[in-house]
Design a protein around this ligand. Sequence first.
Ligand code: C2E
Ligand code: MG
Ligand code: MG
Ligand code: MG
Length: 282
Amino acid sequence: RAKRDHRGQYLQYADQMGTEARARARLLSELRDAIEKQQLFLVYQPQLELGTRQVTGLEALLRWRTEDQRFIPPDQFIPVAEHSGLIVALGQWVLETACATMRELLDAGLAPRRMAVNVSTVQLRDPGFFDLVCAALAAHGLQGRHLELEITESVAALPTQLLDLTLCALRAEGISIAIDDFGTGYSSLSYLERLPLDRIKIDRSFTRQLGDPHGARIAEMVAQLGRKLGLSVLAEGIEDAAAWHALRAMGCHEGQGYHIARPMDKAALLPWLGQHAHLQAA
Ligand code: C2E
Ligand code: MG
Ligand code: MG
Ligand code: MG
């Protein structure tokens, strides 16, 4: 009987795998189609200095709106793009588009210090990545300091030498490196300590727990850790004034979240930046 159960479970598992693989394959072909039909676009979420309210940066976030006006969240399609390798071309498009927007903002006198772009570990694995980034900057007359790249703790899976070389080369150009979703990954502290980084982004899951004393202590520890590593600390997911003040008191330098501004498309971004121009960091 035990044996039958075991086999039954196995079959159910295999069936589920088949269903998931099919769903992934379908999403992938829809994504390829969507890229062709230009259904993907970027939105931009402001980043602020918590002490001065100065706008310091913008994070570019990918959006997919289908023909029937449905939104497919990036958490759903980015893993599929990574799995298939499509993220390399898609990520390059994101980089180019974000650089083009930064150029426009500079020309309009509305640009904050930097544009932050999410980079998948799959992109970083490509030895040509550094050259592609430099080409995107040059194509839009940008300097390295105009760009920040957000990487995740999953870079720990890359060969150390390749990663070190790439990150050092990027930083030598003036490009800053942030570690995204900090505290949620499995990489060891000693590993993170060795990486050439500029900033940590405290994951939203910590910001969300600020109301609870235990959660607040954890958030404070994460912020302290970033500061002790000599890094700038940015908190994600600030949804109310209380979180803003708590995080500021914990020594977070910067923040982003719905309380400050939602991610905006370019049409909404320009007027928003215009209204906040008096709070631009030089
Ligand atoms: P992320 O880089 O950690 O981005 C932050 C996410 O939190 C965004 O979700 C943003 O819309 C959301 N968010 C910001 N403020 C708040 C808030 O106050 N409350 C709440 N509840 N959420 C907030 P989004 O845009 O759905 O992106 C999800 C993830 O998808 C991103 O997480 C990033 O890992 C990935 N992603 C998005 N665009 C790209 C891209 O161009 N390339 C790559 N490789 N990944 C991307
Ligand atoms: Mg990010
Ligand atoms: Mg994040
Ligand atoms: Mg995240």
